[in-house]
Design a protein around this ligand. Structure first.
Ligand SMILES: [Zn+2]
Length: 277
């Protein structure tokens, strides 16, 4: 009887999800699935929050719940190589924050860098907020996220993941080693983005309700571990890549945000009476 009830409740959940078209509802349902997965696999960051980004990456990586389950169990501890990427990422973000601050200030904008501890920042033209993935920028009603990528691989689900936080968000991907600046407009990708959310919710629920003892015959992916010369190459490539692409990522950010790079800054840009659109 208990089993029957569980199945019925699952089916009604699925019907519910498929009928939901609101972006906010989908996002809330996805949050919930992520929280449950975090609880099941003890997948939390140091602050005790579910590692949502990593959870979505793993969910998107396979349709096999057995493989997903194994990946969640094995990815709990970060490796030494993750440490290298974390450091490189931190360095790139810190360089970009100062570059944006300096360029905007020299154009006559008042700029504030918002740290988590601060809740009030007074009246400023442009707000810079360092995040886990890069930097969020706010100028009047315009918002933009710059995501910093230190590796060479990139997946489509990863792009969607970046767009999930806010509907109609614009995201710039700064891919340092491939020397690419890509921008994605959430408004244009909205239908596919919602489909991606539904897929992640449904698969997450399938994972949560899967029997503990199911095993598949898919081979486990081998862990790639670079030797010292490869690490050296990565670091060299990364350093050169930062310097080569910093001007372009800054320029693209200003264009998308709508700040004007001219010496004469018009009055209309001030936050308290800025024009929208
Ligand atoms: Zn499998």
């Amino acid at each position: 009887m208990r089993r029957t009830n569980a199945v019925i409740s699952n089916i009604s959940d699925v019907v519910n999800i498929m009928g939901k078209e609101s972006y906010d509802e989908l996002r809330d349902a996805l949050e919930e699935v992520c929280s449950e997965i975090a609880a099941k696999f003890d997948f939390y960051d140091k602050g005790g929050r579910p590692r949502k980004a990593a959870i979505l990456d793993i969910i998107a990586s396979s349709t096999c719940v057995s493989c997903l389950s194994r990946r969640f169990s094995e990815t709990a501890n970060p490796t030494r190589i993750d440490g290298f990427y974390t450091e490189a990422h931190r360095l790139a973000v810190s360089i970009l924050v100062e570059e944006l601050y300096d360029k905007l200030s020299s154009e006559g904008y008042s700029v504030s860098i918002l740290n988590e501890a601060e809740t009030k920042y007074g009246k400023v033209d442009v707000l810079l907020k360092p995040t886990n993935f890069g930097i969020a920028l706010q100028y009047g009603t315009n918002e933009l996220a710059i995501e910093v990528k230190t590796g060479v691989s990139m997946s489509i689900p990863q792009v969607f993941r970046y767009l999930l936080d806010k509907e109609n968000h614009t995201v710039i991907l700064w891919r340092i080693r491939p020397r690419q600046i890509l921008s994605f407009d959430g408004e244009h990708l909205n239908p596919l983005l919602k489909r991606f959310m539904k897929t992640a919710i449904l698969r997450g629920r399938r994972l949560l309700t899967a029997s503990e003892h199911t095993a598949c015959k898919h081979p486990a992916p081998t862990n790639w571990s670079p030797v010292q010369t490869e690490l050296q190459e990565m670091l060299d490539d990364f350093s050169v890549g930062i310097m080569q692409t910093l001007p372009l990522v800054t320029k693209t950010a200003f264009e998308k945000l709508g700040v004007r790079r001219t010496a004469n800054v018009p009055n209309e840009i001030e936050l308290h009476d800025s024009e929208t659109g």
